[in-house]
Design a protein around this ligand. Structure first.
Ligand SMILES: Cc1ncc(COP(=O)(O)O)c(C=O)c1O
Length: 436
């Protein structure tokens, strides 16, 4: 190219959750049977969408308005429905104009960070759901600014770390919270959320809170929506969607709720810039917005969701019970969403450890992949695990963290298969770390 066409943040856009699929597909084509435990799509893992839900969608297909554009912010009746639900929590009060729909939260995330001034930073958790950390880093053309989720304390945010970053880095303008969290499955206690709001209030920051898993908590844990703790001073954005809960990730439908938007003129302008960006695209997908209230109001919806949550609870505890005593890794019981992260003890992984791989083609391919420069120790483990057992997980280091480990989903529906997968991983870890 006669002139450099690369955006300053081009190198920051990595998404290992999808990259690992390419590796899995390659090994599958060589004869490996793969168990896909890497991607958070309940439908891909065999979730049966109930007939009553399909009927609602099918009926909507016969309504011509579902084929049209919707208002830029989204279908008014749906925004009225969501605003009423949020207001019924008794915390911050919003109206439909405070809600903007997007083509999935992925779209919302890219606009929220894309329209932030390049030098203004949002501090993100480490480990972090990469769509956030990569989009934030790409907007700045620099490494993400991160605060620690502490694996020795249930993966809760390290408040002192947040405070120190805020104190010593004047570029920090906002704090990102993901609650319940991906990739850790942690659900934060009310006090931690209140403390983060307090830090934001004291330092004139805004908050972004990804609450896409808000209604998916278990093990007796209480979900504490940001709306109930934000108060009336700190400007904030809550992000929600239908991908996980309904579950309908293919609908590409998510939305933001803006809290205390009028409290700060600069924040208000920032939200306007996000809305204007959406306006250039006209609007987001119409059909899922139209059916959203019908599905949530359906008499069977709560039972359906409850049944799934009970399954995640049960499987989360099975997974924890299998992995908790495995030497060399640290895991926490998960209380929400459908992911579990395991971290290896520091320095435990080497570049000599291996697992036996029977299929010659698979083995030579794995050996070639792990010989590439800059392969992180956990990626090496993940590739060997995949090649030797067929279990596909995501290296933890791809979630904007220097911790070495892996993230696995709890979405496998067959209990015997689920137990088998986790016992296989437990045995593979022991074999791998003692292999050299
Ligand atoms: C925390 C979190 N936010 C957002 C998303 C993406 O949601 P959407 O399908 O609405 O783009 C995911 C998907 O895994 C997620 O885990």
């Amino acid at each position: 190219m006669r002139t450099n066409i690369l955006h300053i943040g081009a190198g920051e856009l990595t998404y290992e959750i999808r990259n690992i699929v390419n590796v899995g597909n390659k090994l599958q084509s060589l004869g490996l049977q793969v168990n896909w435990e890497n991607i958070g799509d309940p439908v891909a893992k065999g979730e049966i969408i109930p007939s009553w839900m399909k009927e609602i969608v099918a009926d909507a297909v016969y309504e011509d308005e579902t084929y049209g554009y919707s208002p830029t912010k989204g279908v008014l009746e749906t925004r009225q429905f969501i605003a009423a639900e949020t207001n019924a929590m008794g915390g911050v009060q919003i109206d439909p104009e405070d809600i903007i729909f997007f083509n999935g939260l992925g779209d919302a995330i890219s606009k929220i960070f894309g329209f932030l001034k390049r030098t203004a930073r949002v501090i993100v958790p480490t480990p972090s759901y990469t769509t956030h950390s990569s989009a934030e880093a790409a907007h700045a053309g620099d490494r993400p600014v991160t605060y620690i989720l502490d694996p020795n304390h249930n993966w809760y945010p390290d408040l002192e770390d947040i405070e120190n970053h805020v104190k010593f880095n004047p570029a920090v303008a906002g704090i990102l919270i993901i609650n319940p969290d991906n990739p850790t499955g942690a659900v934060y206690p009310e006090q931690i959320l209140r403390d983060i709001v307090e830090i934001a209030a004291k330092n004139d920051l805004f908050i972004i809170c990804d609450e896409v898993y808000q209604n998916m908590v278990y093990n007796g844990t209480k979900s504490v929506p940001l709306a109930t703790v934000i108060g009336d001073k700190v400007p904030a954005i809550s992000m929600r969607g239908v991908s996980k809960e309904m579950p309908w990730p293919g609908s590409r439908c998510g939305w933001i709720e803006v809290f205390n938007g009028h409290r700060d003129p600069m924040f208000e302008k920032y939200i306007d810039s996000i809305l204007n960006a959406k306006m250039l695209e006209v609007c987001s997908t119409t059909l899922p917005q139209i059916v959203l209230p019908r599905i949530i109001n359906h008499p069977e919806y709560q039972d359906y969701l409850e049944e799934r949550i009970r399954r995640y609870e049960r499987f989360s505890n099975i997974a924890y019970d299998i992995l908790k005593d495995v030497k060399g890794i640290l895991v926490n019981r998960t209380n929400g969403a459908f992911y579990m992260s395991a971290a290896f003890e520091s320095g435990l992984l080497t570049d000599k450890q291996t697992l036996p791989i029977k299929n010659d083609d698979v083995r030579t391919t794995v050996e070639a992949m792990v010989a590439a420069p800059d392969i992180s120790p956990d990626k090496r483990f993940v590739y060997y695990l995949l090649g030797a057992t067929g279990v596909c997980v995501v290296p933890l280091s791809s979630f904007a963290t220097s911790l070495q480990g892996f993230r696995i989903t709890l979405l496998e529906r067959d209990e015997t298969e689920f137990i088998n997968i986790f016992e296989t991983i437990a045995a593979a870890i022991e074999q791998y770390i003692t292999s050299a």
